[in-house]
Ligand binder design. Structure first.
Ligand SMILES: C[S@@+](CC[C@H](N)C(=O)[O-])C[C@H]1O[C@@H](n2cnc3c(N)ncnc32)[C@H](O)[C@@H]1O
Length: 184
């Protein structure tokens, strides 16, 4: 019988530990990625938002950027935009930085930080894929500091009931089934 090398066991055990540790610490599904169909919906929402002036430079925040997939795709779709991905867990942050270097996209960068401490007052678009645990705090933060007229796009989890959705869009995907848009 083929023996699995010790190193493989160590790497698997370490990966599982990191996954569970950060999922508990951040109260979200660590690095769990938004599916492409949901990213397409986000791109369409932002395009519609800027349809009168598609070359306008805008700032997009991805709060809880995970492995950076959403931020990188938005940076590619909107070369005139500046995209900032904020992530608390260093393994995910490091991975997203490596992906950014490989992609050579100059209009996206990743910050290792707690998104509750990052001021998003200059954000034209704020992207969220959090969990129920953050709804209250995030709803208050955005009400307090969100830029007037800016767009908030939340994957799956609605903000608190004080926020009236602009649109709720069903997504044909196995996990990311709903995108909810709000206006500050
Ligand atoms: C469900 S994942 C979403 C990843 C990515 N935005 C996407 O849609 O593909 C949520 C991410 O938020 C991060 N996160 C949770 N709490 C955070 C906090 N307070 N500050 C920064 N990032 C946080 C988690 O580590 C996790 O990687």
């Amino acid at each position: 019988m083929y023996d699995i090398p010790l190193m493989v066991h160590i790497v698997l055990a370490l990966s599982a530990f990191i996954y569970v540790y950060y999922s508990v610490k951040t109260k979200t599904a660590f690095m769990f990625p938004t599916q492409q169909a949901a990213i397409d919906v986000m791109i369409n929402l932002i395009k519609t938002e800027n349809s009168e002036n598609p070359n306008k430079s805008i700032k997009i925040y991805d709060l809880g950027a995970g492995a950076g997939g959403v931020a990188l795709k938005l940076a590619k779709a909107f070369p005139q935009a500046t995209v900032v991905g904020v992530e608390l867990a260093w393994p995910a942050w490091l991975y997203s930085c490596i992906r950014q270097k490989i992609s050579r996209l100059g209009n996206v960068h990743f910050t290792l930080s707690d998104f509750m401490k990052v001021n998003v007052a200059d954000g034209d678009v704020v992207i969220l894929y959090l969990s129920d645990a953050y709804i209250g705090q995030m709803s208050e933060k955005l009400a307090k500091e969100g830029k007037q007229g800016s767009l908030i796009i939340s994957n799956t989890f609605p903000l608190s009931t004080q926020w009236i959705p602009l649109q709720e869009i069903s997504v044909q995907a196995s996990v990311s089934k709903k995108i909810i848009a709000y206006r500050v």
